[in-house]
Ligand binder design. Structure first.
Ligand SMILES: Cc1cc2nc3c(=O)[nH]c(=O)nc-3n(C[C@H](O)[C@H](O)[C@H](O)COP(=O)(O)OP(=O)(O)OC[C@H]3O[C@@H](n4cnc5c(N)ncnc54)[C@H](O)[C@@H]3O)c2cc1C
Length: 408
């Protein structure tokens, strides 16, 4: 019987440990925390968006880095299988807008409990408060040393996650283990994270959520991102779903060449918006301009939009010239922003970068440099959009490694 050591009891490690045990291996799971899946508790705002209920080819379009690498793992263990796994182990699930799957209870803790139950039923030995410090290759296989113990096995699965929200236990230990075995670790950056924008305007907009806007980004004139949806102004700049996804795209560019364009009225073409503005002007013709935009924009945004367009809000509506109206219209359709930085790992949903994919077998997650050593989940240089895609990537890579390592 194969003896497997899994390091890390997060999404990838739990799935890998369960799968290896279900395929006949004897498995120990080492988790440095006092409980499993500490990060899972905070996913999906405490509700855990556990996967995205879509077909593998659709899934792969949401993978920003590592799309080709993930193909085999996602086809062998697609979102459908995650749903099946959870349901078979007693978790009721539901699918919401955008195919996002959640536990029916809306409690992320139920996902972790389901895994823990499955792991125990499959005979996985779970060790809490065991932080792997060193992996060594021996003649028989491997040893993994923690502060107090040494575990021996035929294979080691490194499922230690990335570096985001380090308080959950993901402190980047896996990158060190990878380097110890001569693996390359690509540049590590906070991924799916808020953006610092230039200027002061956002301070007046703090807390304002815009629900139906289109955000696009160009790099030296070439559009690299465009998404419709929800965003949020914060004390540092911008955040919210379409900004988080944008951050993953911007990771590979020099920010000095990036310009963001926010269309505040994407449902209206310029001519339609102009007519709409004229209607409002007619209704509020005896008021100041600042008071004539209350139906068009959230109050907080009015002064900021007027300042950006260079038109005084104090002007009487019937004194606004055609040129001024055009400037206003252009700002509404294209509110430009410059980005100067990303927020840090403490606030990032994922880590961009990780163990170089060329050095890993995409079918098994086994290292091409060291037989018997596997890497799964966020420790790999894979990143995907929000919507359940990152947990699913962890489950699919964990499953691939679990099956492969258990084979004689
Ligand atoms: C706020 C937030 C919300 C999110 N929401 C979602 C969501 O709704 N849907 C989604 O798909 N994704 C979401 N994600 C991303 C998702 O949580 C991660 O991509 C996923 O958890 C990665 O799984 P993993 O198993 O690779 O790593 P992790 O979940 O980070 O697990 C790694 C585990 O390894 C343990 N560990 C680390 N080093 C050692 C060591 N040396 N010895 C022993 N144990 C060790 C850690 O304690 C941890 O338990 C969210 C992330 C955050 C931060």
């Amino acid at each position: 019987m194969k003896r497997i050591i899994v390091i890390g009891g997060g999404a990838a490690g739990m799935m890998a440990a369960y799968t290896a045990a279900a395929n006949g291996a004897s498995v120990v799971l080492l988790e440095k925390n006092e409980k499993l899946g500490k990060k899972i508790y905070i996913t999906g705002k405490g509700r855990c968006n556990v996967t995205n209920d879509c077909a593998p080819n659709d899934f792969l379009t949401k993978v920003v880095n590592g799309q080709k690498f993930l193909t085999s793992a996602i086809y062998h263990f697609p979102p459908e299988k995650t749903k099946e796994f959870l349901t078979e182990h007693g978790l009721k699930i539901k699918t919401e807008r955008g195919n996002r799957v959640f536990p029916e209870s809306d409690h992320a803790s139920d996902v972790t409990k389901t895994f823990e139950r499955a792991l125990r039923e499959a005979g996985v030995e779970i060790f809490f408060r065991e932080q792997a410090e060193r992996i060594a290759k021996t003649e028989e296989g491997f040893t993994v040393s923690t502060q107090e113990n040494v575990f021996s096995g035929d294979c080691v699965l490194v499922c230690t996650g990335g570096m985001s929200y380090p308080s959950t236990g993901s402190t980047g230990d896996g990158y060190r283990f990878a380097k110890d075995f001569s693996h390359t670790v690509t540049a590590l950056k906070p991924g799916l994270v808020g953006l610092n924008v230039k200027g002061n305007f956002y301070k007046d907009l703090q807390g304002l959520t815009l629900k139906n806007v289109t955000l696009s980004a160009d790099v030296c004139g070439k559009t690299v991102y465009e998404e419709f949806g929800e965003m949020l102004f914060t004390h540092f700049g911008i955040s919210g779903p379409i900004v988080l996804s944008l951050s993953s795209v911007l990771n590979k560019y020099d920010l000095s060449g990036v310009t963001l364009h926010l269309d505040l009225k994407p449902a209206l073409r310029e001519e339609q918006l102009d007519k709409r503005i004229l209607r409002d002007f007619e209704q509020y013709k005896n008021k100041q301009l600042v008071n004539a935009l209350v139906d068009l924009l959230p109050v907080k945004l009015i002064d900021v939009v007027l300042a950006k367009s260079g038109v005084s809000g104090k002007k009487a509506v019937n004194g606004v010239t055609k040129e001024e109206r055009e400037k206003l219209l252009k700002t509404l359709k294209n509110f430009e922003m410059k980005v100067y930085g990303f927020r840090g790992f403490e606030e990032a949903i994922i880590t961009s970068g990780g163990v170089e994919l060329k050095q890993i077998n995409p079918k098994t997650m086994e290292s091409k440099l060291c037989k018997g050593l596997y890497f799964c989940g966020e420790v790999l240089d894979i990143d995907a959009c929000t919507g359940g895609y990152n947990l699913q990537s962890a489950f699919s890579t964990g499953y691939a490694a679990g099956v492969a390592c258990a084979k004689e």
